[in-house]
Design a binder for this molecule. Structure first.
Ligand SMILES: [Zn+2]
Length: 56
C-alpha cells in the first residue's frame, strides 16, 4: 500500500470513501456512487480519487 503526502499541506493521505451529491431534475438530491479516494488526514480539503480502472 502506497503512502501519499498531501501536496497542499504535507500531511499523510488516508484512504476513504467519497460520495457525490447529485441534484435531480425535479429538485431532489441524491447521493450517488461512493468510490474510494485519498483524503488529507488534516482535512485541508484536498482529496484525490483512487484508480478507477478496476471496474471491468
Ligand atoms: Zn492537506
Amino acid at each position: 500500500m502506497k503512502t501519499e503526502l498531501c501536496p497542499k499541506c504535507g500531511c499523510r493521505m488516508m484512504e476513504d470513501a467519497f460520495e457525490e451529491i447529485v441534484e435531480l431534475k425535479d429538485g431532489s438530491i441524491q447521493l450517488e456512487t461512493v468510490y474510494p479516494a485519498w483524503v488529507c488526514s488534516d482535512f485541508c480539503g484536498y482529496y484525490e480519487k483512487m484508480d478507477a480502472n478496476r471496474r471491468e
